[in-house]
Design a binder for this molecule. Sequence first.
Ligand SMILES: [Zn+2]
Length: 219
Amino acid sequence: MQCRAPGCLAATYGYSTYCQNHKQKLRRHGAPTQDGITVHELRPYVTLVETRKAKNPTSEAWAILVARWDVVQDNARATLQRFAEGRAGNRVERLAAHHLVKVGQSVEPWVVIKTALGLFILQEQQPARFTNDAAFDFQLVRRVRGLTDSNAGAYWDHNEQRSKRVYRDIPPRVIQAMAHPLKAAFGTAGLMLAAKERQDIAKASDERRRLTTALEVLQ
Ligand SMILES: [Zn+2]
């Protein structure tokens, strides 16, 4: 059987309708044709968030966003607590809570927040970069998890003479369960900041047009 991914000529892998490569992408990135958003690619959008905050240092928005992250953390800790007390719980939710708490323990709240908000701005400005909603969710979780080193094991690459990190994949359903609270906490703010960026771009191009027109009619 041929892989179902568009343009792929490889044979299907095991019971999957995709080849090994596209099957792994589906599992890791939420869609067989989704490539991971890199830290490098996300950085300019995180910078936009930082710039917006620097321009509005006294805005209440930043503290509210930190409080929202605290709520995500409280809920995740409560889920783990319920499990520790032996009360019935869902395994996927427990794992999602575990990974969210791990991020909360090792990463500053604002770093998590600006990373999440940056991803929403990236999505608004480059919608084609995401195959579908699931792919966005996976990238959101991936970049937030990537802020901690605890998801990576290290090994020594002899050829390159340096230590390399291997990211341990977590099950797709756990990724989805992690995306949900992140989107609930930061989604609206992310979309509003993205709209602000779009307004600024429109304003700048309008100003350029007026300057050109004004220069053209100079005597
Ligand atoms: Zn394929």
